[in-house]
Design a protein around this ligand. Structure first.
Ligand SMILES: [Zn+2]
Length: 115
Protein backbone atom coordinates (compact mmCIF):
# COMPACT_ATOMS: atom_id res chain seq x y z
CA UNK A 1 0.00 0.00 0.00
CA UNK A 2 2.96 2.29 -0.57
CA UNK A 3 1.03 4.25 -3.18
CA UNK A 4 -1.34 5.44 -0.43
CA UNK A 5 1.50 6.77 1.68
CA UNK A 6 3.30 8.25 -1.33
CA UNK A 7 0.15 10.05 -2.47
CA UNK A 8 -0.09 12.05 0.77
CA UNK A 9 -3.90 11.75 0.60
CA UNK A 10 -4.28 10.91 4.29
CA UNK A 11 -2.04 13.77 5.48
CA UNK A 12 -3.71 16.20 3.04
CA UNK A 13 -7.19 15.25 4.23
CA UNK A 14 -6.22 15.74 7.88
CA UNK A 15 -4.63 19.11 7.01
CA UNK A 16 -7.88 20.30 5.43
CA UNK A 17 -9.86 19.28 8.52
CA UNK A 18 -7.41 20.91 10.91
CA UNK A 19 -7.48 24.15 8.89
CA UNK A 20 -11.29 24.19 8.66
CA UNK A 21 -12.02 23.74 12.37
CA UNK A 22 -10.72 25.95 15.11
CA UNK A 23 -10.85 23.28 17.77
CA UNK A 24 -8.20 20.62 17.59
CA UNK A 25 -9.45 17.43 16.01
CA UNK A 26 -7.51 14.92 18.04
CA UNK A 27 -7.92 11.51 16.58
CA UNK A 28 -5.95 8.52 15.52
CA UNK A 29 -6.10 7.21 12.02
CA UNK A 30 -5.16 3.58 11.55
CA UNK A 31 -4.59 2.04 8.15
CA UNK A 32 -4.80 -1.71 8.46
CA UNK A 33 -6.64 -3.80 11.01
CA UNK A 34 -9.63 -6.01 10.39
CA UNK A 35 -12.70 -3.80 10.79
CA UNK A 36 -13.94 -0.79 8.94
CA UNK A 37 -13.83 1.64 7.45
CA UNK A 38 -15.26 2.97 10.69
CA UNK A 39 -15.03 5.65 13.34
CA UNK A 40 -14.67 4.36 16.89
CA UNK A 41 -15.89 7.13 19.23
CA UNK A 42 -14.47 5.51 22.37
CA UNK A 43 -10.97 5.34 20.94
CA UNK A 44 -11.44 8.51 18.83
CA UNK A 45 -9.98 6.49 16.02
CA UNK A 46 -10.72 6.02 12.35
CA UNK A 47 -9.79 2.62 10.95
CA UNK A 48 -9.39 1.86 7.27
CA UNK A 49 -8.41 -1.77 6.68
CA UNK A 50 -6.26 -2.66 3.70
CA UNK A 51 -8.84 -5.25 2.66
CA UNK A 52 -11.21 -2.33 1.98
CA UNK A 53 -8.65 -0.77 -0.36
CA UNK A 54 -8.16 -4.14 -2.07
CA UNK A 55 -11.93 -4.59 -2.47
CA UNK A 56 -12.34 -1.15 -4.05
CA UNK A 57 -9.46 -1.88 -6.43
CA UNK A 58 -10.91 -5.29 -7.36
CA UNK A 59 -14.33 -3.76 -8.05
CA UNK A 60 -12.81 -1.11 -10.32
CA UNK A 61 -10.82 -3.79 -12.16
CA UNK A 62 -14.03 -5.73 -12.85
CA UNK A 63 -16.00 -2.67 -13.95
CA UNK A 64 -13.20 -1.17 -16.08
CA UNK A 65 -10.78 -3.95 -17.05
CA UNK A 66 -8.90 -1.72 -19.52
CA UNK A 67 -7.72 0.78 -16.90
CA UNK A 68 -4.02 0.88 -16.08
CA UNK A 69 -2.84 0.18 -12.54
CA UNK A 70 -2.01 3.90 -12.17
CA UNK A 71 -5.52 4.89 -13.20
CA UNK A 72 -7.03 2.36 -10.80
CA UNK A 73 -4.78 3.66 -8.00
CA UNK A 74 -5.99 7.22 -8.68
CA UNK A 75 -9.62 6.12 -8.33
CA UNK A 76 -8.81 4.13 -5.19
CA UNK A 77 -7.18 7.22 -3.66
CA UNK A 78 -10.24 9.34 -4.46
CA UNK A 79 -12.48 6.73 -2.82
CA UNK A 80 -10.17 6.61 0.19
CA UNK A 81 -10.30 10.41 0.53
CA UNK A 82 -14.10 10.33 0.32
CA UNK A 83 -14.21 7.59 2.97
CA UNK A 84 -11.91 9.52 5.31
CA UNK A 85 -14.15 12.60 5.10
CA UNK A 86 -17.19 10.41 5.71
CA UNK A 87 -15.66 8.98 8.90
CA UNK A 88 -14.43 12.40 10.05
CA UNK A 89 -18.01 13.68 9.72
CA UNK A 90 -19.07 11.01 12.23
CA UNK A 91 -16.46 12.38 14.64
CA UNK A 92 -17.62 15.99 14.10
CA UNK A 93 -21.29 15.02 14.43
CA UNK A 94 -20.65 13.43 17.80
CA UNK A 95 -18.86 16.54 19.02
CA UNK A 96 -21.42 19.04 17.71
CA UNK A 97 -24.72 17.19 18.03
CA UNK A 98 -23.89 14.27 20.32
CA UNK A 99 -25.24 11.83 17.74
CA UNK A 100 -23.21 9.82 15.29
CA UNK A 101 -25.70 10.49 12.51
CA UNK A 102 -26.72 14.02 13.37
CA UNK A 103 -27.09 16.93 11.01
CA UNK A 104 -23.64 16.77 9.47
CA UNK A 105 -23.95 13.13 8.45
CA UNK A 106 -27.35 13.83 6.90
CA UNK A 107 -25.91 16.79 5.03
CA UNK A 108 -23.01 14.78 3.68
CA UNK A 109 -25.33 11.91 2.71
CA UNK A 110 -27.35 14.43 0.68
CA UNK A 111 -24.18 15.73 -0.92
CA UNK A 112 -23.10 12.17 -1.73
CA UNK A 113 -26.42 11.45 -3.39
CA UNK A 114 -26.10 14.57 -5.54
CA UNK A 115 -22.65 13.72 -6.91
ZN1 LIG B 1 -20.86 6.08 8.16
Amino acid sequence: MAFIKDSGVVADTLDVVHEAFEFPVDMRLVCGGDDGPLYDPEMVQISVPYIFVDQVDARIAVLSPDLSVDDRDAIVLAELEHTLYHEIVHLLDLRFSGREDGGLAALVATEDAMH
